[in-house]
Each structure stands twice: as structure tokens, then as C-alpha cells.
Design a protein around this ligand. Structure first.
Ligand SMILES: [Zn+2]
Length: 138
């Protein structure tokens, strides 16, 4: 072991990207056509069911539905961290795609950004369960 992580071949990375894109499109299409407020086949949050508290994902499906139907304020009310996260992923994806199209080396997400993102999600989770920040609850 020399401490260097193994390189992922560009063919494998492209295949994984295609699989993720197809998966994301399938989820988006399902949520777009089947309103989570009206259909019961969506998974129920077990954390919320057991504790009564909101996890960082609570309201995410409803937020995605609202976002896909152009209802930004509803999406932010249902799950603001999902909306922010999707903006970050879209922006980073555009930057990453542009770099790759120019044949430049790029990382989609540097490890140094993971801890700050986890802190944001943790703070969001704590705040949305406080009565003073009930506007962050779905
Ligand atoms: Zn939840």
C-alpha cells in the first residue's frame, strides 16, 4: 500500500455517471407524475415514525415534487437543505462537465467539502426540530 487511492478508469466513471443520471431521471419522473401527498407507495421516514422528530430528509420527496412543478417557496418550506443541495450538485455538475468537455482534470467533489456539508445538514436537522425554527419543518 502506498497510500494513493486507486484511480477509477474513465470508462467506469462514465458508466457510473450514466447509471446515476438514469436513476435520477427515473426518480424525478416518478415524483413528477405521482404527487407524494396523494400516493402511499413512497417510503415512510422510520426516524420520524419512531421519534416524532424530523430527519434531514423529511419532506424531501414533497420538496422535489414542488420544485419539479415550479413551486420554489413550497419546496423551500418542505426541505430547504434538499433545494440547496440540488443547487450545489447542479452547479458543481455544470462546472465538472465543462472541465471534462475541455479535456481538463477535475474532481466532482473534493473531500475537504464533505465535512462542511455534513455540518450544514446537522445544523439544519437540529434547527428544524426546535419550536423557534418550526418554519424549517415540513
Ligand atoms: Zn425523515
Amino acid at each position: 500500500m502506498n497510500g494513493t487511492p486507486p484511480k477509477i478508469s474513465s470508462a467506469n466513471a462514465r458508466f457510473a455517471g450514466i447509471i446515476l443520471a438514469v436513476l435520477a431521471a427515473g426518480i424525478a419522473a416518478t415524483v413528477f407524475f405521482f404527487n407524494p401527498a396523494l400516493h402511499r407507495f413512497y417510503p415512510v421516514c422510520q426516524f420520524h415514525r419512531l421519534t416524532g422528530l424530523n430527519c434531514p430528509g423529511c419532506g424531501a420527496t414533497r420538496a422535489l415534487y414542488a420544485l419539479l412543478h415550479g413551486q420554489l417557496s413550497t419546496a423551500l418550506r418542505d426541505n430547504a437543505v434538499l433545494v440547496g443541495g440540488l443547487l450545489v450538485v447542479a452547479g458543481r455538475g455544470a462546472w465538472f462537465g465543462a472541465k471534462k468537455l475541455r479535456g481538463q482534470d477535475a474532481e466532482f467533489m473534493r473531500p475537504k467539502f464533505i465535512w462542511p456539508l455534513l455540518v450544514v445538514v446537522l445544523v439544519f436537522t437540529v434547527l428544524r426540530n426546535l419550536p423557534a425554527c418550526a418554519f424549517l419543518s415540513p
